[in-house]
Every structure is written in C-alpha cells, then in structure tokens.
Design a protein around this ligand. Structure first.
Ligand code: ADP
Ligand code: MG
Length: 241
C-alpha cells in the first residue's frame, strides 16, 4: 500500500489538450473514485499513471518514486490496471496460465504454477481454469482472471477503469464485492473510474469529479447522499445520479 500523488498531469493528442493540470492525492490504502461524463479524460488519467500513455507532462508519484523513473520490472509490481473490457488484459489466443504468467515473467520470475493457482483461488475460480482460453469463460470469469493477473505480484496500487460496466447487472455486484474483499485481505490503494455514483458511494472513501480534462472537485463519499459539492458542475452531476 502506497500513497499516490498526481501533479499537473497534462497530455495532448495532436492539437487537442485532453488533460489540464490534473492534480490530486490518494492516501495509502485509500479507495478513490474518479467520475465524470464520457470523454472527460478519466481513462486517460489511468493510462498515463500506468504508462500505457507516455507522452504526458507533470508527475505521478507512488510512494516516493515517479512512475516515469521506474524500470518496467518495478512498475509491474507497483501499479496494475484492470480494464472495462476484460480483453484489455486477456489475449483471445492465450490460455489463462499464459495470461497470469506474463507479469511474473516481466518481473523475472518463472511460470510459478503454485502462484498462478493461488491467484485463481483468490478471485474465486477453480485452478483447472489455468488451461482455459478466454472464449471458454463467462464475462464475469474473464474479469476475475483480469483481476487475478493484476494482483498476482501484489501491487501497491490498482487502477480500475469501469471494471464492471461491460458485465451483466447480476455479475457487477459479485465483482465489486470481490474487489472490496481483496482490498481488505491484501491491502492495496485503488483508484476506480466509474460513471455510476452508486458504485462510487459503495466502493470509494473519496472521489474526484472530472470535467473536460480538469479536476473540478475532490469530495468525501458522504457528499453523495448529502450532495455537499460546492462546485456547480459536481453538484449537478450528483443531483442527476
Ligand atoms: P473518459 O474515459 O472519461 O470517457 P477518455 O480519457 O477515454 O475519456 O478520453 C478523453 C478524450 O481524449 C476524448 O475526447 C478522447 O477522444 C480523447 N483521446 C483519448 N485517447 C486518445 C488518443 N490515443 N488519441 C486521440 N484522442 C484520444
Ligand atoms: Mg473511459
């Protein structure tokens, strides 16, 4: 568990500036939400933090180290990401064992079968799923594998980009409960993007509201039921939920 400090994060695609001086802090072990309308830059923030996007300016500091300065093998056990679409982490032609071995390999470890089996047990899947391929799994099972892959090295920080939006409603709650249980068992800081304020209310201690690439306001979870936002945009967003 480490704290995260995001400082003056800016990124442009061509002539379009998509993030404008995004600055906020997430405390060690905190569960933090990021909300805002589609296109406001939420996924881009996470992609910059995990260095899937590299051409940004500003800083992302985890613990005392900038993610930019971390070699890949240190970064994989510091920050991991789960995508809205489980295929963001799963290659359609790679078995679950291959998917789970990838972070181990980057970290210089062998294909440790016991560790891969434990990762599946942790997310509530049977160990013989190591031999399965993504098309042999349900959407919820695929997302469990993506979570197992993200947590296999016990990272300090987990980035979750709408991790349940692509799933059936009945499966969404299962995955959210799994994430809450894993956080309390393993201890990691998480940053969850969601467009659903009821999910943020359920899952996050605090959250930031984004609009057009800027952080409008950072609020406590209690601000949702009471609508204690001071910025008009944040107040309207909460009122509309
Ligand atoms: P959100 O996750 O809040 O819906 P995104 O971070 O995905 O928003 O996108 C923010 C804006 O940046 C959008 O206008 C999107 O089209 C643009 N954008 C994101 N990634 C790229 C990219 N690689 N190239 C060009 N534009 C991009
Ligand atoms: Mg997005």
């Amino acid at each position: 568990m480490k704290p995260v400090a995001i400082r003056d994060l800016c990124i442009s695609f061509g002539a379009v500036q998509v993030l404008h001086d995004v600055t906020f802090d997430v405390a060690s072990g905190e569960s933090f939400g990021l909300v805002g309308e589609s296109g406001s830059g939420k996924s881009t923030v996470l992609r910059c933090m995990s260095m899937l996007q590299a051409q940004w300016t500003g800083d992302v500091i985890i613990g005392s180290q900038s993610v930019r300065e971390m070699p890949l093998n240190a970064r994989v056990r510091t920050v991991q990401m789960v995508f809205q679409d489980p295929y963001g982490s799963l290659h359609p032609r790679h078995s679950v064992a291959t998917v789970l071995s990838e972070p181990l390999r980057i970290h210089g470890l062998d294909r440790q079968r016991a560790r891969m089996e434990q990762a599946l047990i942790d997310v509530g899947l049977p160990v013989d799923f190591l031999e399965r391929f993504p098309h042999q799994l349900s959407g919820g099972q695929r997302q469990r594998v993506a979570i197992a892959r993200a947590l296999i090295l016990e990272p300090e920080v987990l980035l979750l980009d709408e991790p349940t939006s692509a799933l059936d409603v009945s499966v969404q709650a299962e995955i959210l409960n799994l994430l809450a249980r894993l956080r309390s068992e393993k201890g990691f800081t998480y940053l969850m993007v969601s467009h659903d304020l009821s999910v943020v209310d359920h899952m996050c201690d605090r959250f930031a509201v984004m609009q057009a690439g800027r952080i409008v306001e950072v609020l406590d979870r209690a601000a949702i039921p009471s609508n204690a936002a001071t910025q008009p945009y944040a107040r309207d967003l909460i009122a509309a939920s």
